[in-house]
Ligand binder design. Structure first.
Ligand code: ADP
Length: 473
């Protein structure tokens, strides 16, 4: 089987979020199962480190037709972890300081999507059976392939489209249909229309949902939830209309990178058997952060983008209660000013029990996962969520709201959860956790052991994807 995987970012070349992690892990994991020919196409962005660009090999160049334009595209290739990566080059579109958020993103993404399909025509040994696109940036590949590539070697290619976060849809003015996307208005293409904030608009994500042969999201529960108004971000009708081709496949984590037995960033390495050593990491972090140094006080952590999605309104609401409880809280995150301000204020107000680390710091996140006893993830919605899975590897119990991937991974055996998005419910669950910590150490240890025994490696996700691909052919 030949599989073309495309995304606008992939670690270690370009990463701004979870998509980058998945795009790095999944292609290699799929390939490792049966040795299928998996190749990845990415934009050759300015931010790709020189150590990689230096190793890339130029293959060929051609012009991409995009509406009335003909734009240059170069193909570079690089082997990474046994997978062939192609980087599509056009400096006018991609040699910018940041990957996203440019005034001409519609044109940049339309160009990239078109260039992905066009590139395959110049690669003699590659006729993908499956095209797997991700998020709105590459959504147009699923549209173009059916509208404009029926007479090419892509005529039999099946398409999978994965939604990593429904909130981001790529919505633009209707004028882009002819001028940028370069498609005529027909009954089919009109399905890209949605009700935008200022009237009718083109919605690229919606286009992919309608045109793709299969649509996936990153957890089974999120796949169900997005068919409901509350989670559907305006597309619940479209999604529930596509239920027969919609499914959820849980993401995984990199077990080598997140491993308390080998983690180079942490003070004292530990395993489930030598779990008592974990507390030494807490004492070290308490000292470093100026918190009271006491292994008996439970340390709660937040490691997160500080945005509304992550349910931080609930946490800010119960901060006065936390002040009265015997516990410590360490927040590591950057994001919306209102949360940064609230957490910084409280950290100043009670420095012995609350630390607010307003930054993105990967090394520190490893130490915090290892040191904390419990991680708080009260998300409003959570397509999959990686932090709960990482925390469990380190015996740090997740306390989550039951939504999306959190619901699929956390239960009463390996953590704590509450159902309704309500601060009272979160506070009650936090109090239950504190009660177990102080009064039922055996139960806490049982949950820790269960959490550490969970297997969230990417192999499971890769197997399910392979099953999906095979089922389509
Ligand atoms: P999302 O992709 O919605 O931001 P996920 O839970 O899927 O949330 O992934 C978040 C990832 O980013 C995790 O690996 C987490 O450890 C990391 N992370 C989040 N905030 C920080 C931070 N301030 N410093 C270091 N790592 C962070």
């Amino acid at each position: 089987m030949q599989i073309l995987y495309t995304a606008f970012e992939s670690a270690p070349f370009i990463k701004t979020g979870g998509l980058g992690d998945v795009a790095e892990a999944l292609p290699a994991a799929v390939k490792s199962i049966k040795g299928d020919d998996v190749r990845v196409m990415l934009p050759k962005l300015k931010s790709i480190p020189k150590e990689y660009t230096d190793k890339m090999q130029f293959i060929t160049s051609f012009d991409v037709p995009l509406s009335w334009r003909r734009e240059y595209c170069g193909i570079f290739s690089l082997d990474y972890k046994g997978v062939t990566y192609y980087f599509l080059d056009n400096e006018r579109y991609f040699f910018r300081d940041k990957p996203y958020g440019e005034f001409d993103d519609a044109e940049r993404m339309a160009f990239f999507s078109k260039a992905v399909l066009e590139s395959t025509l110049y690669l003699d040994d590659f006729a993908p059976d499956i095209l797997h696109a991700n998020d709105w940036h590459t959504a147009l590949t699923c549209v173009y392939i059916k509208e404009q590539y029926k007479e090419t070697k892509l005529s039999k290619t099946k398409t999978v489209f994965t939604i990593h976060n429904l909130k981001f849809q790529g919505v633009f003015g209707t004028e882009i249909m002819g001028d940028v996307i370069g498609l005529p208005w027909t009954d089919e293409t009109a399905k890209l229309l949605c009700n935008g904030e200022y009237g009718p608009a083109i919605n690229l994500l919606k286009g992919a949902i309608i045109y793709a042969d299969r649509v996936t999201t990153v957890s089974p529960s999120y796949a169900e939830e997005i068919c409901l108004d509350y989670y559907g971000e305006g597309l619940s009708d479209v999604l529930s209309g596509c239920r027969d081709k919609l499914s959820g496949i849980l993401n995984g984590i990199n077990n080598d990178l997140w491993n308390p037995a080998k983690d180079e960033y942490i003070d004292v390495k530990f395993t489930a058997r030598g779990i008592s050593k974990k507390a030494k990491n807490k004492l070290a972090l308490q000292k470093e952060l100026g918190l009271s140094e006491d292994a008996d006080i439970p340390m709660f952590a937040v490691i997160s983008r500080l945005t509304e999605q992550k349910g931080l309104d609930l946490l800010t609401y119960i901060l006065p209660h936390i002040e009265e409880s015997r516990m410590q809280l360490v927040v590591l995150g950057v994001g919306d000013y209102k949360y940064e301000e609230a957490f910084s204020w409280y950290a100043n107000y009670m420095p012995e029990k609350f630390a607010a680390l307003i930054k993105f710091d990967n090394a520190l996140s490893h130490r915090l996962y290892a040191a904390a006893d419990c991680i708080l993830i009260p998300s409003r919605f959570e397509p999959c969520g990686l932090t709960q899975m990482i925390a469990m590897r380190y015996g740090t119990l997740p306390l989550v709201r039951e939504t999306g991937g959190l619901k699929d991974t956390v239960n009463n055996e390996n953590g704590f959860s509450f159902k309704t998005f309500n601060a009272g419910d979160m506070q009650y669950t936090l109090d239950c956790a504190l009660d177990i910590w102080f009064n039922n150490k055996d139960e806490w240890k049982r949950k820790m052991k269960n959490a550490m025994a969970e297997d969230f490696s990417f192999v499971h996700s890769a197997e399910k994807h392979l099953e999906l691909y095979n089922g389509m052919l």
